[in-house]
Design a binder for this molecule. Structure first.
Ligand code: NAD
Length: 292
């Protein structure tokens, strides 16, 4: 049936997600401080207005501090029993705090960060990693089916964010490992195509090697073939690695590879011109360096 949906945060990800919900026949009201509403989405004058009288309110915002602020603003105006679904990537703690505030207000909450990027948002093929109650998950499931191709219910509040940052910690570490191995192979005189042919079918294979190869002209099309234009920008990788290190510190988990990956991406973004480049541009970075 047709749901009344509020959608707050209509940036690179939020706009195509909201447009897909509207195209599927749902009644979508949107709000963003800056961005315009996409076609089919009616414009609200404030976040609170976009959230009032809605079955489900979806947020797709830059970070946890902004999520907390928007939640303070909208929770009082949401109708009893409505569900707030945050699809942003934020701290596990921010998700759990907003979940508690929602529960206290008689509302449902799901943390439902995504993977699949801007292409997946436009095509409706995102993967949702979801934390929260069974009841809230059942309410939102038809919307996940429109915006994505897979929604995994990972447990209680915050577990969606936990899954997201663990996945992306593996991604950051693996991309660096793949890039440093390519740079070493070059210096040893090993042809890149031969390196790819061996590793992509051997025990060193990974998503970064096989599906998103950081070497131009090797493997399937990837940002390396487009001068390392993102794709997935290095500063977004850094954001996610900071989230996993922050969570590791809070939970007393030992994550030395995550720590090293965060430090490398931080240097890359802040000192080595990596900002605005795809996160696979670590390969030319390693190519240009010696051990010093
Ligand atoms: P974006 O910056 O393009 O969009 C965020 C939008 O939020 C902006 O349009 C901004 O104006 C709006 N906004 C900020 N404060 C607001 C407020 N108080 N009220 C209303 N609107 C407000 O970012 P994005 O690329 O769409 O990413 C959104 C989230 O999704 C981030 O948490 C990001 O980490 C995550 N994510 C992004 C990708 C990606 O490939 N871009 C992939 C997976 C996850």
């Amino acid at each position: 049936y047709t749901m009344k949906i509020g959608f707050i945060g209509l940036g690179n990800m939020g706009a195509p997600m909201a447009a897909n919900l509207a195209a599927a026949g749902h009644q979508v009201t949107g709000f963003d401080l800056v961005a315009e509403c996409p076609e089919g989405v009616s414009q609200a004058g404030s976040a609170a207005e976009a959230a009032s009288d809605r079955d489900v309110v979806i947020t797709m915002l830059p970070n946890g501090a902004i999520l907390r602020r928007v939640a303070d603003e909208i929770l009082p105006s949401m109708q009893p029993g409505a569900v707030l679904v945050d699809c942003s990537t934020v701290e596990v703690d921010a998700a759990r705090d907003v979940a508690a505030a929602a529960e206290a207000a008689g509302l449902g909450f799901l943390d439902a960060p995504v993977s699949g990027g801007v292409g997946g948002a436009a095509a409706g093929t995102l993967t949702f990693m979801v934390g929260g109650s069974d009841a809230a998950f059942e309410t939102a499931r038809p919307l996940f089916d429109i915006m994505g191709q897979k929604a995994v219910h990972c447990g209680g509040a915050g577990n969606g964010q936990a899954a997201k940052i663990c996945n992306n910690m593996i991604l950051g570490v693996t991309m660096i490992a793949t890039c440093e191995a390519f740079a070493l192979a070059d210096k040893l005189g090993l042809d890149r195509q031969a390196m790819f042919d061996v590793v992509s079918t051997s025990s060193g294979y990974s998503w970064t090697m096989n599906a998103y190869c950081p070497a131009p002209g090797i493997g399937p099309q990837s940002p390396a073939d487009n001068e390392y234009k993102p794709g997935f920008a290095a500063e977004l990788m850094l954001k996610d690695l900071r989230l996993s290190q922050q969570a590791a510190e809070a939970a007393d988990a030992d994550t030395p590879m995550g720590q090293a990956a965060m430090a490398l991406y931080q240097r890359f973004v802040e000192e080595e011109g990596g900002a605005g480049r795809d996160f696979s541009a670590m390969l030319p970075r390693f190519e240009a360096r010696g051990r010093g």
